[in-house]
Write a protein that binds this ligand. Structure first.
Ligand code: HEC
Length: 120
């Protein structure tokens, strides 16, 4: 008869241990859910500054050429022209006189880019 009570005690102990583990697992599973929530809340604040500067970034030479130099004629005119940096400086200055909307800083970017296209 004694072995039965020993078996019972062992089974009980095992059951209690199992229950305790299951409870612990559940408890351990909760905090990560809370952490991700807290992270999701913190995310917009940390990612916003990285996204903001993009629209204010200065356009590159290619973009400038495609947007500012196609109002009056196609880029055919540009691609047919073969000249060096100073040649492009004169042409861009002439185009600004013609009415091209290009700022002083953009003019430099544009000339740099054009010089790589029409170098001879
Ligand atoms: C306001 C209208 C206008 C805009 C904008 C314009 N052009 Fe022109 N472009 C002209 C006219 C008009 C001519 C022909 C007469 C002349 O050379 O001024 C011309 C001619 C040219 C020629 C031929 C010149 C030659 O010597 O063979 C090139 C190259 C050229 N443009 C490049 C550009 C570039 C690069 C831009 C952008 C910065 C641009 N154009 C923007 C009006 C414009």
């Amino acid at each position: 008869m004694k072995w039965i009570s020993i078996t019972l005690v062992v089974i009980l102990a095992a059951a209690t241990l199992f229950a305790a583990c299951a409870k612990k697992d559940k408890l351990a599973g909760d905090p990560p859910a809370l952490e991700t929530e807290a992270l999701a809340e913190a995310m917009p604040a940390t990612t916003a500054p990285a996204v903001a500067p993009a629209p204010t970034a200065a356009p590159d030479g290619k973009t400038l050429l495609e947007t500012r130099c196609t109002k009056c004629h196609t880029l055919d005119r540009v691609h047919k022209k073969k000249t060096d940096r100073s040649g492009w400086e004169k042409i861009v200055a002439q185009m600004v006189k013609n009415g091209a909307a290009v700022t002083e800083a953009e003019r430099q970017t544009l000339v740099e880019y054009l010089a790589t296209l029409g170098a001879k």
